[in-house]
Design a protein around this ligand. Structure first.
Ligand SMILES: Nc1ncnc2c1ncn2[C@@H]1O[C@H](COP(=O)(O)OP(=O)(O)OP(=O)(O)O)[C@@H](O)[C@H]1O
Ligand SMILES: O=C(O)C1=C[C@@H](O)[C@@H](O)[C@H](O)C1
Length: 298
């Protein structure tokens, strides 16, 4: 939805600069044409009433009414509504066009705990950036004749898996234009960081309760470090994940950037991180890549 007039928008009872709109509300679409902006010389007051609703598919629908008042008369400039999910896709696409040249073909390594969304978000990112996607766990499985990670742990032990993981990261570090979903434990070996620092690493920091919920929904069988615990799926996952995070927190912090779901939820005004779509997380990753570009230049 376009609202083609405003220097400043009145939004939720406070004034915000229109150019700050996207930063504050990245899932909303508001476009101001520069031609109209340049023409706009009258001392008009523009205010917008914004409403957001969630439809039955869980997609957020936003409606915006823009009012313009000038010399005691007021009129509705434009109104309409649109789905936040399509807005998110558009924002993601636009941001990719800005970020693409800055990252200049370097690989992006997504790190984070099991279930943090590295694969889900990584696939979305690779598509918009025109990169290929690679799941490091799958690469290890291929190297071991298609044996699943769970079977590799069972047959050969964790040490063997970690060596294969390091070999896989070494191979990937020689490549370009890849978004890599790393294994949850890849961060624990310093040598793996040597490889990952050839590209840009981003930590997807998801609260433990959300991780445990996601993992419990699909079961812990394919995750060898979790399924030895007793109890229901959620409790097992939560208990083991909290120990792992305590051991690993400082390693994840080696990443060039951190994307915290709690921070995104606060920014978008959500009470719960489960309302954040993978596309909104991908947008945040791109914002971080954009900010990380200066120290990474050269
Ligand atoms: N933003 C999200 N909201 C809700 N569910 C999500 C979100 N992102 C991912 N999921 C779900 O969480 C589960 C784990 O996601 P995903 O496989 O992407 O994580 P991962 O970090 O790659 O995990 P692993 O390291 O164990 O392979 C999947 O079932 C996925 O559908
Ligand atoms: O957190 C971990 O240590 C792991 C996460 C998975 O991605 C797999 O790499 C394996 O199950 C180990």
């Amino acid at each position: 939805m376009d609202v083609n007039l405003a220097q400043r928008m009145q939004f939720s009872s406070k004034w915000i600069e229109s150019d700050k709109f996207y930063r504050k509300y990245p899932t909303c679409s508001l476009s101001l044409t520069s031609k109209l902006k340049a023409k706009q010389k009258l001392p008009v007051l523009v205010s917008a009433h914004f409403q957001s609703k969630r439809n039955k598919n869980g997609h957020k629908s936003v409606s915006l009414k823009a009012f313009c008042s000038y010399k005691h008369s007021a009129s509705v400039l434009e109104s309409g509504s649109s789905s936040a999910s399509s807005d998110e896709s558009l924002i993601l696409k636009n941001k990719s066009q800005e970020v693409g040249p800055c990252i200049n073909g370097r690989c992006i390594y997504l790190v984070g705990m099991m279930g943090s969304g590295k694969t889900t978000v990584g696939k979305i990112l690779s598509q918009v950036l025109g990169y290929s996607f690679c799941d490091c766990d799958s690469l290890v499985e291929q190297e071991v004749d298609g044996t699943s990670v769970a079977e590799i742990f069972k047959l050969y032990g964790e040490g063997f898996f970690r060596n294969k993981e390091t070999e896989a990261l070494k191979k990937l570090s020689m490549m370009h234009r890849l978004v890599v979903s790393t294994g949850g434990g890849a961060v624990i070996r310093p040598i793996n960081w040597k490889y990952m620092h050839k590209g840009i690493s981003v930590w997807l920091d998801v609260p433990l309760e959300a991780l445990a919920q996601r993992i419990a929904a699909v079961g812990t069988n394919s995750r060898p470090l979790l399924h030895h615990e007793s109890g229901d799926e959620y409790t097992k996952a939560l208990r083991r994940l909290s120990t792992l995070l305590e051991e690993r927190g400082e390693y994840y912090a080696n990443a060039n950037a951190r994307v915290s779901l709690e921070n995104i939820a606060a920014k978008l005004g959500y009470r719960d991180v489960s309302s954040i779509t993978p596309t909104a997380i991908a947008i945040e990753v791109e914002l971080r890549l954009d900010r990380a570009r200066d120290p990474l230049d050269g």
